[in-house]
Ligand binder design. Structure first.
Ligand SMILES: NC(=O)c1ccc[n+]([C@@H]2O[C@H](COP(=O)([O-])OP(=O)(O)OC[C@H]3O[C@@H](n4cnc5c(N)ncnc54)[C@H](O)[C@@H]3O)[C@@H](O)[C@H]2O)c1
Length: 299
C-alpha cells in the first residue's frame, strides 16, 4: 500500500507513520513542521505530485486545540482546517486516490448530544475549532458527492507518548514531575472519553483499508473518566502530588464526552485495547525519558 500522511510531524501523525512503516507500507509523511519526509504547507504546495499514485491519503494535518481557537487568529484555523482540507481533497479527487481519511473531532458535537454519542447526533460545536472541523466534514461530503471516497474519523481526546503539550494530560504530567501548579478548567467532575494514541492509530489504519465508502466513525477509548480522577492517577504515577488551581469552565469545553463506537466496531473491527492506566503509564514513562535526554525540552 502507498500512503500519504498529512500532519506527519504531529502527535498522532508521528505514531501513524511509524505503525504503517512497521507493516511495510510505502509512506510519504508531509507536514509544515520539520520532522516529516516532505515539508510544505498544504495551502501553498503543489499537491498533485504528492498524492498522485497514492492508494490512501490519511489527512491528519490541522490546527488543533479548541480553547486556543477562541483567542488565536481564526484565519489560522480556517487556513489549516478548511482551506488545506479543500485543496487536499481537490488534488485527491483529480488524482483518483482510492480513499481519503479525514481526522475530525468529537468537538463537532458540542454539549447537547446524547451520551454515549452516536455519529448521527446533530453537529453543534461550541468552539471556532469545532466549527472548522464541521466545515472540513462538509467539504468531505461535497467531494464525496463527486465520487471521492472520504471516510471521516471523529477522535475523542487522544493521549499517549508525545501528546501535544497544550493538552491536559501532558500539562498534568509536566506539572506533577516538576512540582508546578496545574490550571484546571471546570470543577473536575467533567468526563472525557480518553483514547490511547495506539488505538487511534489502529482505527485510522482500519478506516484507510476497510469498511464502506464515505462513512463517519467515532474513535473513542470507550471508558469515560472524570478529569479529577485521571489527575489523581497522573499524580500517583508521577510519584507524588499534583497541585491544581481551579478556573471557571472554559467556553470551548463541553461537560462530558463519550463515544458510541458501535459503528466503528462493526465496520472496522475497532476495539480500544489500551486501558487508561496502561496508557497513562506509557505517557509518563515517555515523558520521563524525554526529560532525561540531554537536549530535553523541560517545559
Ligand atoms: N489529539 C487529539 O486529541 C485530537 C482530537 C480530535 C481531533 N484531532 C485531530 O487530529 C489531527 C491530529 O491531531 P494532533 O493532536 O496530532 O495535532 P498536532 O498539532 O500534533 O499535529 C497536526 C500537524 O498538522 C500540521 N499542519 C497543520 N496545518 C498544516 C498545513 N496547513 N500544512 C501542513 N501541515 C499542517 C502541523 O504542523 C502539525 O504537525 C488534527 O487534525 C486534530 O484536529 C486530534
Amino acid at each position: 500500500m502507498r500512503a500519504v500522511v498529512t500532519g506527519a510531524a504531529g502527535f498522532v501523525g508521528t505514531h501513524l507513520v511509524a505503525a504503517l512503516r512497521e507493516r511495510g507500507w510505502d509512506v510519504v509523511g508531509t507536514d509544515r513542521r520539520p520532522g516529516a519526509d516532505h515539508r510544505a504547507d498544504l495551502v501553498d504546495a503543489d499537491l498533485d505530485p504528492l498524492v498522485g499514485g497514492a492508494d490512501v491519503v490519511l489527512h491528519l494535518a490541522g490546527r488543533a486545540s479548541a480553547r486556543a481557537s477562541w483567542r488565536e487568529d481564526f484565519d489560522g484555523y480556517l487556513h489549516d482546517n478548511v482551506r488545506a482540507t479543500q485543496r487536499l481533497l481537490h488534488a485527491c479527487h483529480a488524482a483518483r486516490v482510492g480513499r481519503v481519511v479525514l481526522a475530525s473531532s468529537s468537538s463537532v458535537y458540542g454539549g447537547a448530544a446524547p451520551l454515549p454519542t452516536p455519529e448521527d447526533a446533530p453537529t453543534a460545536p461550541v468552539s471556532p475549532y469545532g466549527a472548522t472541523k464541521v466545515m472540513a466534514e462538509g467539504l468531505a461530503a461535497a467531494y464525496g458527492a463527486q465520487g471521492l471516497d472520504v471516510v471521516v474519523l471523529r477522535y475523542f481526546t487522544v493521549y499517549g507518548p508525545g501528546q501535544r503539550p497544550d493538552m491536559l494530560l501532558a500539562r498534568a504530567i509536566d506539572a506533577a514531575l516538576h512540582g508546578d501548579e496545574l490550571l484546571v478548567f471546570g470543577d473536575g467532575r467533567q468526563t472525557r472519553d480518553f483514547t490511547f494514541v495506539g488505538d487511534a492509530v489502529e482505527a485510522t489504519i482500519a478506516a484507510g483499508t476497510r469498511g464502506p465508502a464515505g462513512r463517519t466513525y467515532n474513535v473513542g477509548g470507550g471508558a469515560p473518566v472524570a478529569v479529577r480522577d485521571v489527575l489523581g492517577r497522573v499524580a500517583a504515577l508521577c510519584g507524588g502530588t499534583l497541585t491544581t488551581a481551579g478556573a471557571a469552565a472554559h467556553a470551548a469545553d463541553v461537560r462530558d464526552t463519550a463515544a458510541d463506537v458501535s459503528r466503528a466496531r462493526g465496520a472496522l473491527g475497532f476495539v480500544a485495547r489500551t486501558t487508561l492506566d496502561d496508557g497513562l503509564a506509557a505517557q509518563v514513562a515517555a515523558r520521563r525519558a524525554a526529560l532525561a535526554a540531554p537536549s530535553a525540552d523541560r517545559r
